[in-house]
Design a protein around this ligand. Structure first.
Ligand SMILES: [Fe+2]
Length: 211
């Protein structure tokens, strides 16, 4: 791969990023020091339209990142949409583009990352998943059971905080509906998609990255 004077990969606009999979995999190492962050899970998700006066938008971008000699992971190319047959919607944005074009492309990626992080990484993979174990524990294990004693410090407040989340954050007219592009029907859409690829291994960080 051609590099610039800072040792970073130099990409030409003709480089087309590619869709990887339907999986809910965010970061994949594609070669040494080069990673792809893929937000395919947002493809086709209907953006929040609960407030007719505030149209919201979603994209399903992918972003190439490079780990430089200072150990910083820097974006080096961004495509905001999936490949289409005509290729017209496949503009690849580069750091060498107009400053504000590149800034906006990065903002779209950050927005997508925020939505996936909050719904999948945070809500589903921490709060909702642990609630399943908490409920099973309360129903099936006596308080003197050793496994109960091992689990209780981890799930002591899970049901309480999840109840609050259902009442204030993800409910109809809640914070998600008011503030996030994944409010409204998108909450369920994204979580259902993420559940399809949820495995024990996908919860473990090293295995969650595809080498
Ligand atoms: Fe939380």
């Amino acid at each position: 791969m051609e590099k610039n004077t800072l040792g970073e990969p130099r990409l030409s606009r003709s480089v087309l990023l590619w869709p990887t999979s339907e999986q809910c995999v965010i970061m994949i190492q594609v070669r040494e020091a080069v990673y792809i962050a893929d937000y395919a899970i947002l493809e086709g998700v209907r953006a929040n339209a609960t407030d007719p006066n505030t149209q919201q938008y979603l994209s399903a971008p992918f972003c190439l990142l490079y780990k430089n000699s200072q150990n910083e992971i820097m974006p080096i190319a961004i495509q905001l949409s999936r490949q289409t047959p005509s290729g017209e919607a496949n503009t690849v944005f580069l750091p060498s583009d107009d400053r504000y074009d590149w800034m906006l492309a990065k903002m779209w990626v950050k927005s997508s990352d925020f939505n996936v992080h909050q719904l999948v990484t945070h809500l589903l993979r921490t709060h909702l998943t642990s609630e399943v174990f908490a409920i099973a524990m309360y129903r099936q294990l006596a308080a003197v059971h050793p496994v109960y004693k091992l689990l209780i410090p981890h799930v002591r407040f899970t049901i309480a905080i999840n109840t609050a989340a259902r009442e204030k954050l993800i409910c109809e007219d809640g914070i998600f509906d008011k503030a996030n592009a994944t409010g409204g029907t998108a909450i369920v859409e994204v979580i259902q998609k993420a559940m399809k690829t949820l495995t024990y291994k996908s919860l473990c960080f090293p295995e969650a990255m595809k080498a």
